[in-house]
Design a protein around this ligand. Sequence first.
Ligand SMILES: NC(=O)c1ccc[n+]([C@@H]2O[C@H](COP(=O)([O-])OP(=O)(O)OC[C@H]3O[C@@H](n4cnc5c(N)ncnc54)[C@H](O)[C@@H]3O)[C@@H](O)[C@H]2O)c1
Length: 255
Amino acid sequence: MSGLLAGKRLLVTGVITDASIAFSVAKLAQDNGAQVVLTGYGRLSLVERIARRLPQPAPIIELDVTSPEQLAGLADQVREHVDGLDGVVHSIGFAPQSCLGGGFLDAPWEDVATALQVSTYSYKSLAMAALPLMSPGGSVVGLTFDATKAWPVYDWMGVAKAGLESASRYLALHLGKQGIRSNLVAAGPLRTMAAKSIPGFEQFEQAWTERAPLGWSLTDQEPAARACLALLSDWFPATTGEIVHVDGGYHALGA
Ligand SMILES: NC(=O)c1ccc[n+]([C@@H]2O[C@H](COP(=O)([O-])OP(=O)(O)OC[C@H]3O[C@@H](n4cnc5c(N)ncnc54)[C@H](O)[C@@H]3O)[C@@H](O)[C@H]2O)c1
């Protein structure tokens, strides 16, 4: 098998539709020689149906990242399909409606706690659950939305992403000794199920399509997926705790 990820064994979370960033990562990874194991949350029959659209069959393991039992059993379940992992992709985010769309000042702690558990803490939980299968050279990659700024309507999800960006740096610190890297891709706005659940998301769509220096497609997940592949590959061997922007250059602009 040839390709950027030839022989690599990957665990990819976050496929729910064929617009999911994770679906593009899984597809491109298989096209580039990787063996892919998926995890699915909630509607597993839907995930199975979407997975059939991948170039090759991919086993699916049920995983709710807030379930200590499922996290504890993950490594054994992955071992039924592959004998180790070279890479893990965290492509998971969720916030209750109260946390989004301008609700920053009113969202109750219980809802904020859910957003942080699913979108921030789970990055560490997933990495630790997969760690027994990983060895030096391994790579953990997650997806963020540039959290250095306060965006309209993103609210507590922005706070969760700021936490994710920090968590990735701490994971880089703590797993560096074992030769394992942790990096994030900061994608521009893409029309996925998660994005559609954000009231007012069209404000991002308009800003990016009008202003991104390279232009921006709201329906092309491949640029973000390509960056994930690069970070999973052997071509960033000394890079960890990094955030690669795949946003058409939007982050580089002034107000
Ligand atoms: N779409 C965008 O504009 C955009 C931009 C930058 C970053 N991101 C990030 O990309 C990642 C993937 O999102 P997407 O846009 O592909 O949307 P998506 O809706 O396709 O994927 C989100 C995934 O999170 C999963 N999930 C939610 N709760 C979970 C739980 N408790 N346990 C396990 N999985 C759970 C869902 O099942 C789904 O597969 C997210 O972290 C998102 O914040 C998205």
